[in-house]
Ligand binder design. Sequence first.
Ligand SMILES: Nc1ncnc2c1ncn2[C@@H]1O[C@H](COP(=O)(O)OP(=O)(O)OP(=O)(O)O)[C@@H](O)[C@H]1O
Length: 278
Amino acid sequence: MTTTDLAPASQDAPGSADGRPPVLELAGVTLRRAGKEILHGIDLRVEAGEHWAVLGPNGAGKSTVLSLCGANQHPTTGTVHVLGHRLGRIELQALRRMIGHVDPRHRVASPLTVEQVVLTGLTGSADLPRRWEPTPDQAEHARELIASVGMGDRAGLRWPTLSQGERGRALIARALVGRPQLLLLDEPTTGLDLAARERFLTALDGVVAEQPTTSTLLVTHHLEELPSTTSHAALLRDGAIVAAGPVDEVLTSAGVSEAFAHPIRVERTHGRWHASGA
Ligand SMILES: Nc1ncnc2c1ncn2[C@@H]1O[C@H](COP(=O)(O)OP(=O)(O)OP(=O)(O)O)[C@@H](O)[C@H]1O
């Protein structure tokens, strides 16, 4: 395989105040599937270095929004710009190589080892292309990431034999291996034990510190799983955004209660969030 580098961001990419295109811009996005509109007029703008939490009840459309941001599907109407490129005008796989995506729907078809699965993050594919080899730097970075998610002694294990939590850890390393400018995390701590969850949050804080322009979007059902570096939040309900903006303005008891149609008390202590029934 030849690695196709992306052309410079398209001329029609919307600009920000400093002239750089936003990392993500969704404008008037609707999406229809199986005769049903599942997203209605989504507007969302994410700048470099912002860290977004995406929250909402089951079926609100969180994963669907992330799949658009991850160049996995096109909107039915409206526009999606990712890293300055408009979906529909760019080869999706080339774009995917610049995005780290922890996707619970990710399928590993062949019995790859943990190390091989992590390396597929560099090729943006489900399998390792024939004749493709990582550079020594890439291989070393993959090994470091595998160790950082606590899988250093399991790098040679094959995918079908892994537990759910081990797969989750491998997919986090896979998402980080390309040092992406955009990191999409769809319930990344599902199946992780308590220590692995905290290790993941520490690893994410490390990425944020090492790569200050990387932006993240994290979907979770549990406010306790939000990293303390979260800067913004979007609340979804029934395929629409009910609130989006700086995290302390959006993750309030009133905002979260409205999104979930249920009274919820939200508290923030030592930088982390907690939710309980009001
Ligand atoms: N390919 C599809 N065909 C038909 N309906 C779909 C399709 N993909 C998603 N949907 C529907 O769109 C809605 C939003 O789904 P989505 O997975 O984005 O929700 P979510 O907020 O991530 O939910 P959860 O918290 O349960 O994971 C759901 O009602 C779902 O059934």
